[in-house]
Design a protein around this ligand. Structure first.
Ligand code: OGA
Ligand code: MN
Length: 196
């Protein structure tokens, strides 16, 4: 188990870190249950690729459905998550002078057989996304379930990360990454720390 200082060192040295047990499992479970209700109520929309002025959806490249989280209007369990993210932002700003001023996040659901092809979250022109973070909701996720988050460095795969429950992965948004095809329905909260 790494200390918070070690995790921040990893962000500086490798461009990402993995924080296991970011929330207690009962909180993750509660978030997962409220998310399941939203899925039942189908309050989801298909995620697009590209910037707002170049919005397009290609299900072969990106297969997830999303639901944006309102910071003001959400349940206590998601609030617990957001508060921990805000504390992390304070630490990151203190250590790296990243100038993070805000963040945004959404639930994401990848149905069986979908993926997100290799990409970066920080688009060359005008993106305010500095740091990406993904928090996974499914318990008992096994290698054969797929849906790994792959991190690349100089075109080479450096790590295949299992989307295990209560795991938070934090990476620089300019880093190349990919979601492998999932063999199970895959739920997460994905977010971005913004410099504006
Ligand atoms: C994204 C993304 C990674 C993941 O939504 O941009 O890369 O593991 N998600 O879900
Ligand atoms: Mn991404």
């Amino acid at each position: 188990m790494s200390t918070p200082e070690e995790l921040l060192d990893q962000l500086e040295n490798k461009g990402y870190f993995i924080w296991d047990n970011f929330l207690e499992s009962h909180t993750t479970k509660a978030i997962s249950e409220s998310w399941n209700e939203k899925i039942q109520n189908a309050e989801l929309k298909k995620a697009g690729i590209g910037r707002a002025d170049n919005y397009q959806v290609d299900a072969g490249e990106r297969g997830d459905f999303i639901f944006w989280i309102s910071k003001e209007n959400t349940d206590e369990f998601v609030k617990t998550y957001l508060e921990k993210i805000e504390a992390l932002i304070t630490d990151l700003n203190r250590s790296f002078f990243l100038g993070i001023r805000d963040y945004e996040c959404h639930f994401a659901l990848y149905p069986v057989g979908t993926r997100y092809a290799r990409h970066v979250d920080r688009h060359r022109s005008g993106s305010s996304r500095i740091v990406s973070f993904v928090f996974y909701l499914h318990e008992n996720w096994h290698t054969e379930d797929g849906g790994h988050l792959c991190i690349y460095e100089n075109d080479e795969l450096v790590e295949k990360i299992l989307p295990a429950a209560s795991r938070l992965v934090v990476f620089l948004s300019e880093k190349e990454h990919e979601v492998l095809t999932t063999n199970r329905s895959r739920a997460s909260i994905t977010g971005w720390m913004l410099n504006k």
